[in-house]
Design a protein around this ligand. Structure first.
Ligand code: AMP
Ligand code: MN
Ligand code: MN
Ligand code: MN
Length: 282
Protein backbone atom coordinates (compact mmCIF):
# COMPACT_ATOMS: atom_id res chain seq x y z
CA UNK A 1 0.00 0.00 0.00
CA UNK A 2 1.23 3.49 -0.79
CA UNK A 3 2.12 5.60 2.21
CA UNK A 4 0.05 8.62 3.30
CA UNK A 5 3.03 10.58 4.54
CA UNK A 6 5.67 12.40 2.49
CA UNK A 7 8.48 14.17 4.32
CA UNK A 8 10.58 15.54 1.45
CA UNK A 9 9.52 17.76 -1.46
CA UNK A 10 10.31 21.08 -3.16
CA UNK A 11 8.37 24.15 -4.24
CA UNK A 12 9.31 27.07 -6.51
CA UNK A 13 10.92 28.72 -3.46
CA UNK A 14 13.81 26.39 -4.25
CA UNK A 15 14.06 24.32 -7.43
CA UNK A 16 10.57 22.83 -7.66
CA UNK A 17 8.13 23.73 -10.45
CA UNK A 18 5.01 24.29 -8.34
CA UNK A 19 4.30 27.18 -5.98
CA UNK A 20 3.81 26.16 -2.33
CA UNK A 21 0.04 26.40 -2.84
CA UNK A 22 0.07 24.29 -6.03
CA UNK A 23 2.35 21.75 -4.37
CA UNK A 24 0.04 21.26 -1.38
CA UNK A 25 -2.97 21.03 -3.72
CA UNK A 26 -1.12 18.38 -5.67
CA UNK A 27 -0.34 16.46 -2.47
CA UNK A 28 -4.02 16.58 -1.53
CA UNK A 29 -5.03 15.21 -4.95
CA UNK A 30 -2.48 12.41 -4.53
CA UNK A 31 -4.17 11.43 -1.26
CA UNK A 32 -1.46 12.45 1.20
CA UNK A 33 -2.38 13.26 4.82
CA UNK A 34 0.95 14.49 6.21
CA UNK A 35 3.39 16.53 4.14
CA UNK A 36 6.72 18.20 4.91
CA UNK A 37 7.83 20.99 2.59
CA UNK A 38 11.65 20.82 2.54
CA UNK A 39 12.97 23.47 0.17
CA UNK A 40 16.74 23.72 -0.27
CA UNK A 41 18.21 26.24 2.20
CA UNK A 42 15.01 28.30 2.40
CA UNK A 43 11.92 28.29 4.61
CA UNK A 44 10.15 31.05 2.66
CA UNK A 45 7.38 28.76 1.36
CA UNK A 46 6.14 27.44 4.69
CA UNK A 47 3.60 30.07 5.65
CA UNK A 48 1.82 29.89 2.27
CA UNK A 49 1.94 26.08 2.34
CA UNK A 50 0.47 26.06 5.84
CA UNK A 51 -2.58 28.09 4.81
CA UNK A 52 -3.30 25.84 1.82
CA UNK A 53 -2.72 22.71 3.92
CA UNK A 54 -5.31 23.83 6.46
CA UNK A 55 -7.84 24.32 3.67
CA UNK A 56 -7.22 20.77 2.41
CA UNK A 57 -7.04 18.91 5.72
CA UNK A 58 -3.35 18.12 5.28
CA UNK A 59 -0.99 18.22 8.26
CA UNK A 60 1.92 20.37 7.14
CA UNK A 61 5.31 19.74 8.72
CA UNK A 62 7.75 22.64 8.67
CA UNK A 63 10.88 21.40 6.93
CA UNK A 64 14.06 22.41 5.15
CA UNK A 65 16.84 20.62 3.23
CA UNK A 66 20.23 22.07 4.17
CA UNK A 67 23.25 21.83 1.86
CA UNK A 68 26.34 20.64 3.72
CA UNK A 69 29.99 20.05 2.86
CA UNK A 70 31.40 17.07 4.74
CA UNK A 71 34.96 15.91 4.07
CA UNK A 72 34.85 17.57 0.67
CA UNK A 73 31.50 16.05 -0.35
CA UNK A 74 28.09 17.64 -0.66
CA UNK A 75 25.46 16.09 1.60
CA UNK A 76 21.87 17.10 2.26
CA UNK A 77 20.43 17.20 5.77
CA UNK A 78 16.66 17.47 6.11
CA UNK A 79 15.22 19.25 9.14
CA UNK A 80 11.70 18.28 10.19
CA UNK A 81 9.39 20.08 12.63
CA UNK A 82 11.76 23.03 12.69
CA UNK A 83 10.87 26.49 13.94
CA UNK A 84 11.32 28.63 10.81
CA UNK A 85 11.82 31.73 12.97
CA UNK A 86 14.66 30.40 15.14
CA UNK A 87 17.31 33.01 14.57
CA UNK A 88 20.49 30.85 14.24
CA UNK A 89 18.60 28.83 11.60
CA UNK A 90 17.33 31.94 9.83
CA UNK A 91 20.82 33.47 9.79
CA UNK A 92 22.52 30.22 8.80
CA UNK A 93 20.17 29.75 5.84
CA UNK A 94 20.66 33.37 4.77
CA UNK A 95 24.43 32.84 4.70
CA UNK A 96 23.99 29.70 2.56
CA UNK A 97 21.77 31.65 0.16
CA UNK A 98 24.40 34.38 -0.05
CA UNK A 99 26.94 31.66 -0.85
CA UNK A 100 24.60 30.43 -3.60
CA UNK A 101 24.55 33.90 -5.17
CA UNK A 102 28.35 34.10 -5.19
CA UNK A 103 28.59 30.57 -6.55
CA UNK A 104 26.11 31.45 -9.32
CA UNK A 105 28.41 34.27 -10.44
CA UNK A 106 31.30 31.81 -10.55
CA UNK A 107 29.24 29.31 -12.55
CA UNK A 108 28.21 32.01 -15.02
CA UNK A 109 31.81 33.24 -15.45
CA UNK A 110 32.91 29.71 -16.11
CA UNK A 111 30.13 29.12 -18.66
CA UNK A 112 31.05 32.45 -20.28
CA UNK A 113 34.57 31.12 -20.86
CA UNK A 114 33.04 28.12 -22.55
CA UNK A 115 31.19 30.50 -24.91
CA UNK A 116 27.80 30.38 -23.21
CA UNK A 117 26.61 33.92 -22.60
CA UNK A 118 23.99 35.46 -20.36
CA UNK A 119 23.57 32.48 -18.03
CA UNK A 120 23.48 34.50 -14.79
CA UNK A 121 20.54 36.63 -15.93
CA UNK A 122 19.04 33.60 -17.66
CA UNK A 123 19.15 31.46 -14.53
CA UNK A 124 17.78 34.24 -12.33
CA UNK A 125 14.78 34.53 -14.65
CA UNK A 126 13.80 31.07 -13.35
CA UNK A 127 14.75 31.86 -9.75
CA UNK A 128 12.51 34.71 -8.74
CA UNK A 129 11.08 33.46 -5.47
CA UNK A 130 13.96 32.14 -3.38
CA UNK A 131 17.28 30.40 -3.92
CA UNK A 132 19.38 30.22 -7.07
CA UNK A 133 20.49 26.66 -7.89
CA UNK A 134 22.04 24.55 -10.60
CA UNK A 135 18.51 23.59 -11.65
CA UNK A 136 17.84 27.20 -12.67
CA UNK A 137 21.00 27.20 -14.78
CA UNK A 138 19.84 23.90 -16.26
CA UNK A 139 16.55 25.44 -17.33
CA UNK A 140 18.36 28.31 -19.03
CA UNK A 141 20.73 25.94 -20.86
CA UNK A 142 17.73 23.91 -22.03
CA UNK A 143 15.98 27.09 -23.16
CA UNK A 144 19.07 27.79 -25.28
CA UNK A 145 18.73 24.35 -26.83
CA UNK A 146 22.03 23.14 -25.38
CA UNK A 147 20.59 19.88 -24.05
CA UNK A 148 17.31 18.02 -24.39
CA UNK A 149 16.48 17.19 -20.79
CA UNK A 150 17.54 17.80 -17.18
CA UNK A 151 19.66 14.69 -16.85
CA UNK A 152 21.59 15.48 -20.02
CA UNK A 153 22.12 19.12 -19.16
CA UNK A 154 23.54 18.21 -15.75
CA UNK A 155 25.81 15.58 -17.23
CA UNK A 156 27.09 17.85 -19.95
CA UNK A 157 27.43 21.15 -18.06
CA UNK A 158 26.76 21.12 -14.36
CA UNK A 159 28.72 18.32 -12.68
CA UNK A 160 32.34 18.19 -11.58
CA UNK A 161 34.73 18.66 -14.50
CA UNK A 162 32.14 20.39 -16.71
CA UNK A 163 32.13 24.11 -17.65
CA UNK A 164 29.24 25.15 -15.40
CA UNK A 165 30.56 23.42 -12.28
CA UNK A 166 32.01 25.70 -9.66
CA UNK A 167 33.47 24.31 -6.44
CA UNK A 168 31.60 25.57 -3.42
CA UNK A 169 31.73 25.15 0.33
CA UNK A 170 28.33 24.72 2.01
CA UNK A 171 27.49 24.69 5.74
CA UNK A 172 29.28 22.30 8.09
CA UNK A 173 27.45 19.17 9.26
CA UNK A 174 27.81 20.41 12.81
CA UNK A 175 26.15 23.77 12.08
CA UNK A 176 23.30 22.25 10.05
CA UNK A 177 22.43 19.75 12.79
CA UNK A 178 22.71 22.37 15.51
CA UNK A 179 20.43 24.86 13.70
CA UNK A 180 17.82 22.14 13.21
CA UNK A 181 18.04 20.76 16.73
CA UNK A 182 18.25 24.18 18.32
CA UNK A 183 15.00 25.13 16.60
CA UNK A 184 13.28 22.10 18.12
CA UNK A 185 13.46 20.00 14.94
CA UNK A 186 14.71 16.55 13.99
CA UNK A 187 17.79 16.20 11.76
CA UNK A 188 17.60 13.52 9.05
CA UNK A 189 20.27 12.40 6.55
CA UNK A 190 18.66 12.85 3.12
CA UNK A 191 18.95 10.10 0.46
CA UNK A 192 22.12 8.44 1.90
CA UNK A 193 22.24 6.01 -1.03
CA UNK A 194 23.08 8.84 -3.39
CA UNK A 195 26.44 9.74 -1.89
CA UNK A 196 28.35 6.70 -3.06
CA UNK A 197 30.27 6.67 0.23
CA UNK A 198 31.44 3.09 0.68
CA UNK A 199 31.22 1.23 3.97
CA UNK A 200 33.94 3.02 5.93
CA UNK A 201 32.91 6.59 5.08
CA UNK A 202 29.23 5.76 5.58
CA UNK A 203 30.00 4.42 9.07
CA UNK A 204 32.05 7.54 9.82
CA UNK A 205 29.19 9.78 8.68
CA UNK A 206 26.56 7.90 10.69
CA UNK A 207 28.66 7.96 13.87
CA UNK A 208 29.53 11.62 13.48
CA UNK A 209 25.92 12.54 12.70
CA UNK A 210 24.67 10.71 15.79
CA UNK A 211 27.34 12.27 18.00
CA UNK A 212 26.18 15.72 16.83
CA UNK A 213 22.60 14.90 17.81
CA UNK A 214 21.17 13.75 14.46
CA UNK A 215 18.44 11.15 14.93
CA UNK A 216 16.97 10.30 11.51
CA UNK A 217 17.82 8.80 8.13
CA UNK A 218 15.82 8.55 4.91
CA UNK A 219 15.12 4.93 4.09
CA UNK A 220 12.35 5.09 1.50
CA UNK A 221 13.01 7.94 -0.94
CA UNK A 222 12.55 8.58 -4.63
CA UNK A 223 16.36 8.51 -4.87
CA UNK A 224 16.71 4.91 -3.62
CA UNK A 225 16.22 1.62 -5.41
CA UNK A 226 14.08 -1.04 -3.74
CA UNK A 227 17.29 -2.83 -2.74
CA UNK A 228 18.43 0.35 -1.03
CA UNK A 229 15.13 0.53 0.90
CA UNK A 230 16.17 -2.73 2.58
CA UNK A 231 19.83 -1.76 2.91
CA UNK A 232 19.07 1.51 4.69
CA UNK A 233 16.29 -0.06 6.75
CA UNK A 234 18.97 -2.33 8.21
CA UNK A 235 21.39 0.55 8.67
CA UNK A 236 18.72 2.59 10.47
CA UNK A 237 18.24 -0.28 12.92
CA UNK A 238 21.94 -0.93 13.40
CA UNK A 239 22.66 2.74 14.17
CA UNK A 240 19.39 3.29 16.05
CA UNK A 241 18.29 6.07 13.74
CA UNK A 242 14.62 6.80 13.09
CA UNK A 243 13.52 6.10 9.53
CA UNK A 244 12.09 8.78 7.26
CA UNK A 245 10.53 8.72 3.84
CA UNK A 246 9.80 11.21 1.10
CA UNK A 247 9.39 11.44 -2.63
CA UNK A 248 11.80 14.39 -3.20
CA UNK A 249 9.12 15.55 -5.64
CA UNK A 250 10.10 18.63 -7.68
CA UNK A 251 7.03 19.03 -9.91
CA UNK A 252 5.37 17.52 -12.96
CA UNK A 253 7.40 16.43 -15.94
CA UNK A 254 10.69 16.19 -14.07
CA UNK A 255 12.64 13.01 -13.68
CA UNK A 256 11.68 12.68 -10.02
CA UNK A 257 9.32 10.41 -8.13
CA UNK A 258 5.60 11.28 -8.13
CA UNK A 259 3.91 11.93 -4.78
CA UNK A 260 1.84 9.25 -3.10
CA UNK A 261 3.44 6.22 -4.76
CA UNK A 262 6.22 5.33 -2.34
CA UNK A 263 5.71 2.12 -0.37
CA UNK A 264 5.54 2.08 3.42
CA UNK A 265 8.73 1.70 5.46
CA UNK A 266 10.09 -1.86 5.72
CA UNK A 267 9.07 -3.61 8.92
CA UNK A 268 11.46 -3.16 11.82
CA UNK A 269 12.05 0.53 11.08
CA UNK A 270 11.10 3.05 13.74
CA UNK A 271 9.41 5.94 11.89
CA UNK A 272 10.62 9.49 12.64
CA UNK A 273 6.97 10.47 13.08
CA UNK A 274 6.17 7.84 15.73
CA UNK A 275 5.52 10.42 18.49
CA UNK A 276 4.33 13.31 16.35
CA UNK A 277 0.84 14.64 17.10
CA UNK A 278 0.49 15.56 13.39
CA UNK A 279 0.80 11.88 12.43
CA UNK A 280 -1.33 10.28 15.15
CA UNK A 281 -4.14 9.43 12.73
CA UNK A 282 -1.94 7.55 10.22
P1 AMP B 1 22.43 22.79 -6.21
O1 AMP B 1 21.95 22.61 -4.78
O2 AMP B 1 22.32 24.19 -6.68
O3 AMP B 1 23.79 22.19 -6.44
O4 AMP B 1 21.41 21.99 -7.13
C1 AMP B 1 21.17 20.66 -6.82
C2 AMP B 1 19.82 20.25 -7.38
O5 AMP B 1 19.96 19.94 -8.74
C3 AMP B 1 19.33 18.97 -6.72
O6 AMP B 1 18.56 19.28 -5.58
C4 AMP B 1 18.50 18.35 -7.79
O7 AMP B 1 17.19 18.86 -7.74
C5 AMP B 1 19.15 18.82 -9.07
N1 AMP B 1 20.04 17.81 -9.66
C6 AMP B 1 21.25 17.43 -9.21
N2 AMP B 1 21.79 16.50 -10.03
C7 AMP B 1 20.89 16.29 -11.01
C8 AMP B 1 20.85 15.45 -12.17
N3 AMP B 1 21.86 14.65 -12.48
N4 AMP B 1 19.75 15.51 -12.94
C9 AMP B 1 18.73 16.33 -12.64
N5 AMP B 1 18.71 17.14 -11.57
C10 AMP B 1 19.77 17.13 -10.77
MN1 MN C 1 16.52 19.94 -5.89
MN1 MN D 1 18.74 16.42 -1.87
MN1 MN E 1 15.41 17.30 -2.08
Amino acid sequence: MASLIDLHCHSSISDGMLTPTELVQHAARRGLRVLALTDHDDVGGLSEARITAQAHGIELIHGVEISVTWHGRTLHIVGLRIDPEYSPLVQGLESIRQGRRTRAEGMAASLEKAGIHGSLEGAYRYATQGIISRTHFARYLMEKGLAGDMRKVFKKYLVKGKPGYYEHRWASLEDAVSWIKGSGGTAVIAHPGRYDLGRTSMALLLNEFRALGGTGIEVVTGSHTTTQFQEFAQISQKYELHASQGSDYHGPGLSYMEMGVLPELPSGCVPVWKDWPEARLL
